[in-house]
Design a protein. Structure first.
Length: 292
């Protein structure tokens, strides 16, 4: 329950120590359990992607040495997501990961299926494939054993994604996704403002922007950026800056839009995502050319 209430970064450190203790005692089951959750939690917490890739490949190598096929499949899924977030072209490379994940009945194990859908939803979200992300989230939410932490995190991204889809199609049920997410995340923030407070602010900002309450949106975007920074969620700080940039662009304040996009680029660079850095660079180029 620690990652519901305590800063998620403190969970990362304990899980890494748990892996080391398990391996030193010959308890590989506990070791790989901790390693699995170490990478999972670190990804959700916005850990540097290059560091995470090295750690994942280290765990993957040890899992292979010990013949732990299930642990290896988890690490392969994490590896793929990290590689895609660093370099979009990684999703098109035939590196054997997808083939290995598709082999064997063990993929039907519920937790592996949950993780697969969760990772694909995240990949699609960060790559800007809104409808694809929506598809995987719906598959995930239909799973009766979806863990509470996964549910809260994916609820947040699903709600942000719904605003992206609303820009293309004004379907009322998409607005309801965001409102339902706010109810869940406000409750979670009562237990841990550190882990969920920034997410509440960002959803409030997007809802305010969508409804034309520009002064409210301004305050909520600022709060989301500050809360993300305070909680050391570098990826979500970048996301908040990015969405603030789009908000100010929409209302014609191109000077502030430039400032927020530039800050988003810095955050995404620190996170280690070339995909998002390149995306924001394109947005800055559009603004430089007159906002067309």
């Amino acid at each position: 329950a620690a990652h519901y209430t305590e800063p998620i970064q403190s969970c990362e450190k304990r899980l890494k120590r748990g892996f080391e203790a398990g391996m030193s005692n010959g308890d590989t089951f506990s070791a790989f359990f901790c390693a699995n959750h170490h990478i999972r939690v670190s990804m959700i917490g916005g850990g540097n992607l290059s560091t995470l890739l090295r750690e994942t490949e280290y765990y993957l190598n040890i899992a292979g040495q010990h013949g732990n096929i299930v642990a290896k499949k988890f690490f392969l899924m994490y590896q793929r997501t990290i590689m895609v977030l660093i370099d979009k072209d990684a999703s098109n490379k035939n590196d054997g990961v997808s083939d290995e994940l598709s082999q064997g009945e063990s993929l039907c194990i519920t937790r592996l299926s949950e993780t697969m859908n969760f990772q694909k939803a995240l990949q699609s979200f960060w790559l800007g494939y809104a409808e694809r992300s929506h598809h995987y989230v719906l598959k995930l939410l239909q799973m009766s054993v979806l863990g509470r932490h996964h549910r809260l995190v994916i609820t947040f991204f699903h709600a942000i994604n719904s605003f992206m889809m609303l820009k293309r199609k004004g379907i009322s049920k998409l607005r309801q996704i965001a409102k339902d997410a706010l109810v869940a995340l406000r409750a979670a923030a009562k237990d841990s403002k550190w882990n969920y407070g920034n997410k509440v602010y960002l959803l409030e900002a997007e809802l305010s922007s969508h409804e034309g309450r520009n002064e409210d949106a301004k305050s909520f975007y600022a709060a989301a950026i500050l809360a993300s920074r305070s909680s050391r969620f570098k990826h979500e700080e970048g996301l908040a800056c990015e969405l603030a940039g789009f908000h100010y662009k929409k209302i014609g304040d191109l000077h502030r839009a430039w400032g927020f996009f530039n800050k988003a680029k810095q955050c995404y660079a620190e996170w280690g995502s070339d995909v998002k850095v390149n995306f924001i660079t394109r947005q800055l180029s559009v603004l430089r050319d007159g906002g067309r």
